[in-house]
Design a protein around this ligand. Sequence first.
Ligand code: CA
Length: 231
Amino acid sequence: MPGTIVIVEDEANIVELVKYNLDREGYRTLYANDGRKGLELIKQELPDLVILDLMLPEMDGLSVCKQLRSDAQTKSIPIIILTAKSEEADRVLGLEMGADDYVTKPFSPRELVARVRAVLRRSGAVDETEPEIIENGVIRIDLRQHLVKVRGEEVELTPKEFDFLKLLLLNPGRAFTREFLLEHLWGYEYFGDTRTVDVHVRRLRQKIENDPANPEYLETVRGVGYRFRGE
Ligand code: CA
């Protein structure tokens, strides 16, 4: 079990983005949308890590941080603070008050997940072992070796194609919109054209499908986007 993370953030879209990306990595996530509720939730759950926004209703993030650090039960829980670019002074104050790291908004999910992993690894709280192999039908991904085999044959994927295929295999049957894929694979700050997704789908099909023109695995969901038809 990779661990429990409490997210304290009042912006629903950020909660959703963070939660989705951490859930996908196998973390158990809980959230609160104001500082006071956040503090209660943390004291009750004693999570492995806290992601804490600074600008919060009821009680601001710095006060939450201070309270957590002054309580014997919570003082060693790692904290990553979320700040806007303009809040540099608060960020410094947050680190002085005992936050372990910070992420500046807007951030990419990949960056945040990497920070979470790094902070947890440093704190030694959690066993960071990922699944090594994801397998579905004829496709097998070895995450440790970054190796993909289709029908027993090794295929070369770009890093983006690799992440895309991993996402699909971890969520068989789930339909993803182009916008969702763009945001989650290319990052929160990426304002690219959704055709980027189509190009990657086409390339992936050439690499994994028997007949790329009649895909059996990476299906188009009309009016929505794409889905991996798993076994
Ligand atoms: Ca906020």
